[in-house]
Design a protein around this ligand. Structure first.
Ligand SMILES: [Zn+2]
Length: 376
């Protein structure tokens, strides 16, 4: 310990960047993909298996953990890293996004939000100060500001008012976070799809000063084209020498497009969630292992993949265990998907370092366009 949080930007290729975030709990190679460990577990995976896929950091959800088993209990039990047996860095969200998604179960005011638990209906309150306290009790290495994110589409006045409230909460989050060497607080840019509101938000965050900056309010149903339009200008509004984190993204082609536009970190439940429903993501796109075409197929899901699902099992076996609802089906496909997402990140880091990102990107799209291998 004693090491401070820092970011060293390495090579760039166009807008794409590679670098290293250093923390007392280890380095995070960027661009980085963070698997989501909602309830102190990346579902269907042991922590050492998550690390074996190449993940340097994972994400925990404040909303879920504050309700069950509670931040105070996790603190008494030695913090989230010890509790879930993961000693690498952890980023926690602020709880804001999930509370806002509760709809009729929550009530927003200018100080915070009051809501009812989806588990037992009990009443809770989140404010910037309480969110900072919870994330400190969890022992999170990268803490996110408490913010509000309106669902899109929303009119410009609504988005502007929401963004200004979030900037007020960002200042309160910074004050409540305090002086915690080795830990980082990230601000979150809002402003919907509007370049001027995004610029105003970025200026407000820069005036407060953060160890990293997230691009919030995207991947909420606006579509890939609109998201890329925002990513064509939003990363450039944020400090060049700090990590940039795109929250809640995404599918492999979303991730590649975001990295191309200057994003350093991303997270998404997609690889783990879709693994549990029999969906495999490969170099050749999405494969539904539930489909009968795989029932007699002795070949691996992807013959070029080094994960346990592809080196030890056939498509026929994966099809069988998924259709039979055996737990190993979700375990193997989650492992494969996380491995594939980390493989993309590793290949992009190498391509950016070598100045060959454009060539790598055309190869990525060409293989996906070719589609899955022909049935046996
Ligand atoms: Zn695999």
């Amino acid at each position: 310990m004693g090491k401070r949080f820092s970011f060293a930007l390495g090579a760039t290729d166009g807008q794409a960047r590679t670098g290293v975030i250093s923390t007392p709990r280890g380095d995070i190679r960027t661009p980085a993909f963070m698997p989501v460990g909602t309830a102190a577990t990346v579902k269907a995976m042991l922590p050492e298996s998550v690390a074996a896929t190449g993940a340097d950091i994972l994400l925990g959800n404040t909303y879920h953990l504050m309700l069950r088993p509670t931040a105070e209990r996790i603190d008494r039990l030695g913090g989230l890293h010890h509790f879930m047996n993961w000693d690498k860095p952890i980023l926690t969200d602020s709880g804001g996004f999930q509370v806002m998604s509760l709809g009729a179960l929550r009530k927003l005011d200018k100080d915070g939000v009051t809501f009812k638990s989806h588990i037992d209906g009990s009443r809770h309150r989140l404010t910037p100060e309480r969110s900072m306290e919870i994330q400190r009790l969890l022992g999170s290495d990268i803490v996110m500001c408490f913010d509000e994110c309106p669902a899109l589409p929303a009119d410009r006045d609504r988005i502007a008012a929401s963004m200004r409230l979030s900037m007020d909460w960002a200042a309160r989050s910074r004050a409540a976070f305090g002086d915690r060497p080795g830990h980082a607080l990230f601000g979150i840019q809002q402003g919907g799809l509007d370049p001027e509101l995004r610029a105003e938000s970025a200026a407000a965050l820069r005036a407060i000063g953060f160890e990293g900056y997230a691009i919030g309010g995207l991947a909420v149903g606006e579509g890939q084209e609109a998201m890329f339009d925002v990513l064509d200008f939003a990363p450039g509004q944020l400090p060049e020498d700090k990590p940039r984190y795109l929250m809640g993204v995404g599918k492999p082609d979303d991730i590649v497009g975001a990295v191309k536009r200057g994003v350093d970190m991303m997270d998404c439940v997609l690889p783990s969630r879709s693994g549990r429903t029999g969906q495999g993501w490969t170099r050749r796109g999405q494969v539904n292992l539930r489909n009968a075409r795989h029932a007699d197929d002795p070949r691996p899901l992807d013959e070029a993949c080094g994960c346990p699902a592809c080196t030890g099992y056939s498509r026929a076996y994966l099809h069988h265990v998924i259709r039979s609802q055996e737990m190993i089906g979700g375990m193997l496909l989650t492992w494969h998907n996380l491995h594939y997402f980390q493989q993309i990140m590793a290949e992009m880091r190498a391509a950016i370092a070598e100045g060959t990102f454009a060539t790598w990107e055309s190869g990525f799209h060409a293989l996906r366009a070719a589609g899955d291998i022909e049935p046996v």
